[in-house]
Design a protein around this ligand. Structure first.
Ligand code: THU
Length: 157
């Protein structure tokens, strides 16, 4: 038996001004997307913005439903829109901004497991790492690739 250890590296910033300009632009798009969130049940509003390799930014927000499983998270709304609009174009970076009543949490809201699995799929078919930026009030976290938020990704092929 061998004990093994997994280490995950990520960057923490204390303000948007610390980000490089193109990341700042993507974060602003995530804030705009958050405004379109439809979350009358949870009152937890999330926006996501994806920078595509073709230069386009695709936005999404969580869309809830009275029949709750019929709703969808912001991240998957954005990824499915991006995949359907620009099939095969790599998704280079996704910024996510979420919190109660259109605010942000102090520590960044992190994507759910199902959204991480979908990120893994698009990273795989895009053949480029997908960076992930998570927005909080006091902290911003940036990950270099999906493996850093979803270790031991399931991959059947
Ligand atoms: N939600 C997201 O949109 N993204 C996440 O990363 C976590 C949760 C949504 C789903 C639901 O509309 C609300 O937030 C509360 O869970």
């Amino acid at each position: 038996m061998t004990n093994r250890k997994l280490e995950i590296n990520y960057k923490e910033y204390s303000s948007i001004e610390e980000l490089e300009p193109r990341d700042r632009e993507l974060v602003q798009a995530a804030f705009q997307a958050q405004k379109t969130s439809y979350a009358p049940y949870s009152h937890f509003n999330v926006g996501a913005a994806i920078r595509m390799e073709n230069g386009v930014i695709v936005k999404g927000s969580n869309q809830e439903n009275a029949a709750s499983p019929s709703g969808l998270c912001a991240e998957r709304t954005a990824m499915f829109a991006a995949g359907a609009t620009y099939p095969g174009v790599p998704m280079l970076c996704m910024a996510i901004a979420g919190g109660p009543e259109f605010s942000l949490c102090d520590s960044p809201a992190t994507p759910c497991g199902a959204c991480r699995q979908v990120m893994a799929e698009y990273q795989k078919i895009g053949k480029k790492p997908m960076e992930i930026i998570l927005m909080g009030n006091n902290k911003i976290w940036k990950f270099d690739k999906v493996e850093d938020v979803l270790p031991f990704i399931f991959d059947s092929i």
